[in-house]
Design a protein around this ligand. Structure first.
Ligand code: CTP
Ligand code: CA
Length: 225
């Protein structure tokens, strides 16, 4: 706590963190998904837990071990992730949404393996629920922190998500910057809230998670939640 006194605000608080990709089945053997290692979410879980928070990770398919003292619920699809988050929300103080949720799922999941027939294949997708927007729209909403991985107009898109999803904070990163984000161990973030912002230059995801969690703790304490 010497480095970040604000972390004391997290002691005994319940923190829910989504992490990793979701995986949407197409047939019994295939799925669509996103590139996402889950590393940022797991690093945030570790940092929040070290500060004394009760952390629950709601994790898509990732190959990471659960940080010490964190609870973990494993899910596959966006629908599963939403149900798990809805159950946890009444006892959640802070929700940090790092998951790379698939925006769409197959409109129907084929019962049998799709056979290779013509030269083209057309599949129809329907929108998945927006987990973060659903949780932040609830009357019992926790303090909500979103992420925005963008390839252009990073700040503009992040600001519009902050407003549209009714978030308390959003952490944006530019996925076009070499060697950062996704499967990398490093990342840089531009964190934005209603009346302020803070830039965290590129560093290890563990270091970045500590800095970000300290900032979340500071803003959360000011939010009177
Ligand atoms: N998110 C979510 N559920 C979804 C889609 C996104 O909870 N179905 C969350 C992500 O975890 C992230 C934030 O919303 O914290 C922004 O995700 P992003 O993919 O950047 O935004 P979208 O609203 O999906 O818009 P787009 O992909 O078109 O940029
Ligand atoms: Ca998306």
């Amino acid at each position: 706590f010497q480095r970040f006194p604000a972390l004391q605000n997290l002691a005994g608080r319940n923190v829910m963190i989504t992490a990793g990709p979701t995986r949407e089945p197409l047939d019994p053997v295939r799925y669509i998904s996103n590139h996402s290692s889950g590393k940022m979410g797991f690093a945030i879980a570790k940092a929040a837990s070290a500060a004394g928070a009760n952390v629950t990770l709601v994790a898509g398919p990732v190959s990471l071990s659960t940080p010490a003292n964190c609870s973990r619920i494993d899910v596959v699809t966006a629908d599963d992730m939403l149900s798990a988050c809805e159950k946890l929300t009444p006892s959640t103080d802070i929700f940090i949404s790092t998951a790379a949720v698939a925006d769409y799922k197959a409109s129907t999941i084929a019962d049998n393996k799709i056979k290779k027939t013509g030269d083209e294949l057309t599949l129809t997708f329907i929108k998945n629920p927006d987990i973060l927007a659903k949780i932040s729209g609830r009357p019992d909403r926790p303090f909500c922190v979103g992420f925005a991985a963008e390839s252009q107009h990073v700040e503009d898109y992040a600001r519009s998500k902050l407003v549209k999803k009714k978030l308390d904070m959003i952490a944006a990163n530019d996925i076009t910057v070499d060697g950062l984000g996704f499967n990398s161990d490093k990342n840089a973030l531009h964190v934005i809230w209603k009346d302020g912002d803070k830039r965290f230059p590129a560093t290890s995801k563990n270091e970045l998670a500590e800095q970000l969690v300290a900032l979340i703790a500071e803003r959360f304490a000011l939010s009177n939640k």
